[in-house]
Design a protein around this ligand. Structure first.
Ligand code: FAD
Ligand code: NAP
Length: 333
């Protein structure tokens, strides 16, 4: 059995063996590692992965640093960040400069390199709203290339790196376009943001205030993985046809739903899980969070297969009750 363990590299707190763990601090080191290691698993902050068994693969941790302004106009700055920068550190840096655009994405765990993977999103903003391009290196280590936003094929918690190009490229840098003071455009229409601003008597929001408000809302609702291991939302919110929505609405009162296009709506998976009686439910060492049913939490197992088995029961309950297939957001290894 390998001496290397996944324990310190995933926020679910599961402990499985892997072949080796190496760290890349720059692109040259990464290229070198890719030349030596076959079929590596790439890990940033490990906040969106579930190891379900021992893996006979090497792990590469991405720690490429750097936050640099690489372009500027009257209204915007172009900021390039290394894949190893903690996402929230980039947000804090932007806040400190009064650059706008990513304040609604405050406190999302993980690294900048993983942000394009699922087009991270929260509180009405997605990475794609500020994204310019990214630099990547082929998993063979033999080719570097840039991807524009269009080439990333961003969608709802989706990109080309989660589908057609899964396991093909490693992201080394991302470049974002942020607004300068006087040119900010705040997204305030989501959930509790306006209520919270009103409660704090804020008439004219600023980047820093919004970041603080969103951080406070998140801290009050979401389990901190260092206290209660988890990987955030385990499933995506399903996008369903209007006819499926109407059949649910005929049986249940006030079904929360958000328009996607003329024929589809998005329904919070957390609501579906709650209606099936699975909110706050615990089986052995795994459960759904008492406040947010979409977050599966680990009460003490070191075996990721227990978490996977529990998640399958949740998904089966949704299928039985609503005939809706939940898609996993978390990446399995
Ligand atoms: P990891 O978990 O390390 O990796 C995720 C996937 O990306 C894996 O498949 C991995 O192989 C791949 N990957 C990682 N780095 C690279 C790279 N450089 N190049 C290529 N592939 C790579 N997500 C949201 O979108 N919005 C939220 O509001 C949100 N809230 C969260 C709250 C909590 C408490 C937690 C625990 C998670 C939350 N997440 C959220 C999920 C997670 O934080 C994000 O998906 C984040 O971007 C994952 O970053 P990471 O570095 O931890 O990725
Ligand atoms: P919430 O405010 O309780 O809302 C529940 C769900 O309804 C959200 O997931 C959201 O979908 C949807 N929603 C609410 N208001 C909406 C609006 N005005 N327009 C469109 N959709 C709306 O959610 P929460 O659990 O506290 O999370 C708050 C935000 O943080 C959400 O954006 C959520 O995605 C994000 N978050 C993500 C993760 C993760 O791991 N991916 C974990 C925690 C929080 P969306 O998810 O599409 O926004």
């Amino acid at each position: 059995m390998s001496q290397f363990s996944t324990l310190g590299i995933n926020t679910f707190g599961v402990d499985h063996a892997c072949k080796s763990i190496s760290t890349a601090y720059n692109v040259t080191q990464l290229t070198e590692l890719l030349r030596r290691l076959r079929d590596p698993v790439i890990i940033g902050g490990g906040s969106n992965v579930l190891f379900t068994r021992d893996i006979d693969r090497p792990v590469i941790l991405i720690e490429i640093p750097g936050i640099d302004i690489v372009g500027e106009s009257v209204s915007h700055v172009m900021v390039r960040a290394g894949a190893g920068i903690q996402w929230h550190r980039l947000v804090q840096w932007a806040v400190s400069q009064d650059y706008g655009g990513i304040e609604n994405l405050s406190l999302i765990p993980g690294k900048c390199g993983a942000a394009p993977m699922q087009n991270i999103g929260a509180y009405g903003v997605e990475l794609k709203d500020v994204f310019v391009d990214l630099d990547a290196i082929a998993i063979s280590g033999k080719m570097r290339r840039k991807f524009t936003a269009e080439e990333c094929d961003f969608g709802y918690r989706h990109s080309v790196f989660k589908s057609a190009l899964r396991d093909e490229y490693i992201i080394t840098h991302i470049t974002l376009k942020l607004t300068k003071p006087g040119h900010h455009f705040f997204a305030l229409d989501y959930g509790a943001i306006r209520d919270e601003l009103d409660a704090r008597k804020v008439k004219n929001p600023e980047v820093a205030i919004l970041s603080r408000v969103i951080s406070d809302i998140r801290r009050s609702k979401l389990p901190d993985p260092t206290d209660l291991p988890n990987a955030g939302s385990f499933f995506k919110n399903p996008i369903i046809s209007l006819s499926v929505y109407h059949s649910i609405a005929a049986k249940y009162e006030r079904v929360p739903h958000y328009p996607v296009d003329e024929e589809h709506v998005k329904v919070p998976a957390g609501w579906l899980i709650e209606r099936c009686g699975w909110k706050g439910k615990r089986e052995g060492m795994v459960g759904t969070h008492v406040e947010q049913a979409l977050v599966i939490v680990n009460y003490g197992t070191r075996d990721g297969s227990h978490i996977l088995a529990f998640s399958k029961k949740v998904a089966e309950a949704i299928k039985r009750t609503f005939d809706i297939d939940l898609d996993r957001e978390v990446n399995l290894f």
